[in-house]
Ligand binder design. Structure first.
Ligand code: ATP
Ligand code: MG
Length: 234
């Protein structure tokens, strides 16, 4: 795993100053796509070995603002991977039953079993993001969750899970363009919701929540990567 976009524990995070343009890191889209295909081949091979070895497992977490590219990224990285060895879990707003439990209750069953890769499309991190920005619970409830998350992830790592966490970083203008596409292009209409526009107004609140989350939950055993995601080919 390249360390270019990896955060260090204790690092101060200012997303406004962090690159969202992947083109500044790779100047040739064609070349990048070729490299990606090579890497994906390697990923497939390693996944097959992980499954055959059956001794450890991997968790990959994706977080991003709406239209940040989580779905598309998961679709392309898993292409050709043996579906028996990979599970994707998408976390939506919790049900009444889920809300009656602690916030990790619905997450834990989706942690990977031995030999498996779990990919989270959204995750337990929503519980310090949307929950904070929308004031769904008081700060006295969400603030201790950074520690709970770190402890939970430490448990997974101690149980032989490798954890990779990616924040797909787009800027506000890129999000506007992607929403516009969802309106303009019929095949993409289904992805658009008016809630997205409401959320857009909360951009600054989300950036603050993401920044603190990235600072508090980048650990030696489960660091975050902030991936410039304005160009999805990068
Ligand atoms: P798409 O990219 O297709 O829009 P999505 O992941 O945004 O996919 P949606 O159904 O649009 O899927 O949104 C899921 C919603 O569930 C998000 O708004 C997210 O913030 C919300 N959500 C996820 N986890 C929680 C949580 N723990 N508490 C409250 N809301 C949550
Ligand atoms: Mg959405």
């Amino acid at each position: 795993m390249s360390d270019t976009h990896k955060l260090e524990p204790g690092q101060k995070v200012n997303l406004g100053e962090m690159p969202a343009d992947g083109k500044d890191f790779h100047d040739n889209r064609k070349e990048a796509e070729k490299e990606f295909k090579e890497l994906r081949k390697e990923f497939r091979d390693l996944q097959a070995r992980l499954y055959a070895e059956d001794k450890r497992q991997m968790l990959i977490v994706f977080q991003a603002m709406d239209a940040g590219g989580k779905d598309g990224t998961i679709r392309v990285i898993t292409q050709g991977v043996n579906p028996q060895g990979v599970r994707v879990a998408s976390f939506k707003a919790p049900s009444k039953k889920e809300l009656a439990h602690d916030f990790l209750w619905r997450i834990h069953p989706h942690a990977p079993a031995r030999g498996m890769i779990s990919i989270f499309n959204r995750s337990h991190y929503e519980d310090v993001l949307v929950v904070r920005v929308d004031n769904l619970v008081p700060e006295s409830i969400w603030r201790p969750r950074y520690d709970h998350i770190n402890n939970f992830e430490e448990l997974l790592v101690d149980s032989k899970t490798t954890i990779l966490k990616f924040y797909l970083h787009i800027d506000r203008e890129e999000q506007r363009e992607r929403f516009q596409e969802r309106v303009d292009i019929q095949e993409k209409n289904w992805k658009f919701s008016f809630e997205d526009l409401e959320k857009r107004k909360q951009w600054d609140g989300y950036m603050a929540a993401y920044e603190e989350m990235l600072e508090k939950t980048t650990t030696t055993y489960a660091p975050w990567y902030v991936i410039p995601a304005n160009q999805n080919w990068y």
